[in-house]
Design a binder for this molecule. Structure first.
Ligand SMILES: NC(=O)c1ccc[n+]([C@@H]2O[C@H](COP(=O)([O-])OP(=O)(O)OC[C@H]3O[C@@H](n4cnc5c(N)ncnc54)[C@H](OP(=O)(O)O)[C@@H]3O)[C@@H](O)[C@H]2O)c1
Length: 252
């Protein structure tokens, strides 16, 4: 039977690679994002059964409209939309190597924190809640975290750490319905829009040097793990954080 797969932020980078993987498997894929032109280009290039929905994942009304536009059940939900809003504003935010600029006021500080929490955590929470009743038995929710959560990357890292914590309760709640919930945590992934053109040769080399594989990650590295977590082979894996970082950070 054709699976329905919803991928937030599916127009570029990691989300686009995830969409390509499921589309080539014959799934009915829904990709979302805030830019219609980016989604249209991705749809044209991906081929397969891909539908686009312009949706800001942190906006309740737009998320409700997304849910209303999907008929039938959702087999796989990939909460991938996000990014470091400090970078979007050109304010650093890449940890010790490129620290975020100090906000000019307490108000600006609160606003910067809310922006990253909304983009990376609340977006996943409300999208999952909006689609929860529609998630199919045997389905999977896969949240895209970040190794920034373990590196002290300000509000962005805190948002991604919060995602991993939230996922534990989500996995418990969905487990009774035979639905898994996991967090895939990328390390440094090149060939994405994540760095907003701020990735220097030196910074790239430093990020590669800290891996054991001596290469940058690529979107397909993440897509393969997402596909596995959505496969029959992974039904007993839930409530987990799965790192894909070339060994840059290790776990026991
Ligand atoms: N690249 C890395 O090194 C890296 C490392 C760790 C984690 N990650 C995580 O991986 C995920 C994918 O990022 P990426 O690296 O593939 O970067 P990317 O190319 O910038 O992809 C992010 C996608 O999310 C969409 N998006 C952002 N905010 C959104 C919102 N509020 N509502 C809907 N769509 C939104 C963007 O499209 P629009 O702008 O058109 O909305 C874009 O297509 C993110 O969650 C990021 O935090 C990336």
């Amino acid at each position: 039977m054709t699976r329905t797969v919803v991928i937030t932020g599916g127009g570029t980078g990691i989300g686009r690679a995830v969409a390509a993987a499921f589309a080539s498997d014959g799934a009915a894929v829904v990709i979302t994002g805030r830019r219609a032109d980016v989604l249209d280009t991705a749809k044209a290039e991906l081929g397969g059964d891909v539908r686009t929905v312009v949706c800001d994942s942190s906006d309740v009304e737009q998320v409700e409209a997304l849910a209303a536009s999907i008929t039938g059940q959702v087999d796989v939900l990939v909460n991938n939309a996000g990014g470091n809003r400090d970078l979007e504003r050109g304010q650093g935010g890449l940890g010790a190597a490129m620290p975020a600029a100090k906000p000019s006021s307490l108000h600006a500080l609160a606003q910067a924190w809310r922006a990253n929490l909304e983009s990376n955590l609340i977006s996943a929470v409300i999208t999952t809640a909006a689609l929860s009743e529609r998630l199919a038995t045997g389905g999977a929710v896969i949240n895209i975290g970040s190794f920034a959560a373990d590196r002290g990357a300000g509000s962005y890292g805190a948002a991604k750490a919060g995602m991993a914590s939230w996922n534990i309760g989500l996995a418990r709640e969905l487990g009774a319905r035979d639905i898994t919930a996991n967090v895939v945590v990328p390390g440094y992934i090149a060939d994405t829009e994540f760095f907003r053109g701020r990735m220097s040769d030196e910074f790239h080399a430093a990020r590669v040097a800290e891996t054991m594989t001596k290469r940058a990650g690529c979107p397909d590295d993440i897509a393969g793990v997402v596909q596995f977590l959505a496969s029959p082979a992974a039904r007993q894996i839930t409530g987990q954080v799965i790192n894909v970082n070339g060994g840059a950070l290790t776990t026991r």
